[in-house]
Design a protein. Sequence first.
Length: 446
Amino acid sequence: MPQAPRHRREAERLASLRSYQVLDAGPDIALEALTAAAARALKAPAALVTLVDEDRQWFASATNLSAAIGYHTPQTPRELSFCAYAVADEQTLVVPDATLDARFADNGLVTGPEHLRAYAGAPIIGRDGLPLGALCVLDRQARPFDAQGVQVLTDLATTVAELLELRRADAGAGLSDHDVLSESHRLRAGIDAGELVVHYQPVVDLPTGRWLGMEALVRWNHPQRGLLPPWVFLPLAEASGLIVPLGREVLQQACAQVARWRRDIPAAADLHVAVNVSGRQLGEPDIADVIAEALQVAGLPAHALTVELTETSLADTGAAVDIALQHIRALGVTLALDDFGTGYASFSYLQRFHPDIVKLDRCFVQALGRSARDDLLARTLIQLGLRLGCDIVAEGVEHPQQVDALTRLGVRTAQGYLFATPRAPEQVQEQLLGVHAPPPRATTAS
Ligand code: C2E
Ligand code: CA
Ligand code: CA
């Protein structure tokens, strides 16, 4: 029997899955409603939401599983998981007859008393862009799945992902006082010990491919747990208020680093840097002074710095934040609205704080070409930004077709794995130096 495949970024994927804190959780009525809807829509006797863990797939929700295929446990070994394939490929998997599919003909669920024959599963992609599991339907009869049914399954999987995201936010906010205290103690010590590192992702000029700037993205180089991505510790940093010293540290490191590159590397002379600033930081009365000082110490001109603000960071903030934004703008710093289109009040933020840049969230980029509706939505958001005089930066560009589509829509600037993943400063530096490195000299041997 073939081994269940692994995702190309399995370690990160598992870290992301853990951050949802849903494994082994109790029943969830909303998830159950979604699995029931999937079973109904595809006229299947059973449906599941599975989360694909390191060695097992765990059922976050199941409709009719024991009645339909006589399966009574809340999980299966990963080797038996069909969903692991949908997860590894990040694609909807349709198996009309498992006995005819080399990957599954010897699978214990197919050869055993469950007599599983047909399967369709859509990956559940989390907000970190990594698949967590799948929403799937099962049948003991071989059967086709029509395109419309598969589309419904894919749409419902998106809703499952949104639901898990809400649960993750609740879990982050719901740490007990004791947990927040002890964990934040560790984070505070980590900040003081210089364990926070900043990685950089290039912002690219689409027509020329030139690197215009870098987005600074924080990581925690944890002595025991290795390099931790922000979703693991930022909720704690927000909940404990440590986001304020953490954010200051990132700002100082990023300004200093990019100022050095601008001085030392000809190809980087005009490089910009974008730093994420949370709502909590903006609420600090001295935020504009903190930024001004970081610029001054680094010797970075204000116009080379962009401050990125998310819609959620601006939610529920009052006049103090509006004044802070005025002061930051008066320094000559560029303001960007991050994750544009994902909040509940995108338009009101456009009006309220007049960003210079809007960053089109990657969910719109990834939906390009999926349907006429998705294209219309992206086009409308881009048009709105452009007409208000903002520059648009598209996020999460992974495929050349997305570049073509964005270019047609008038977007000139983008970030994404297609160009470069976020990476350590030494690696970025090597590439920056490579731009103007002389061609390798031929050896004089012959
Ligand atoms: P963000 O500001 O939207 O940052 C972009 C995120 O998208 C980064 O995740 C980046 O690695 C990821 N990304 C970039 N290109 C692609 C792509 O082509 N495909 C996909 N699927 N993802 C892509 P990262 O580094 O994990 O950061 C996550 C979030 O954490 C950031 O989202 C930002 O909101 C927050 N964050 C990171 N650093 C800081 C910081 O220093 N301060 C604050 N307040 N927030 C930060
Ligand atoms: Ca950002
Ligand atoms: Ca973003």
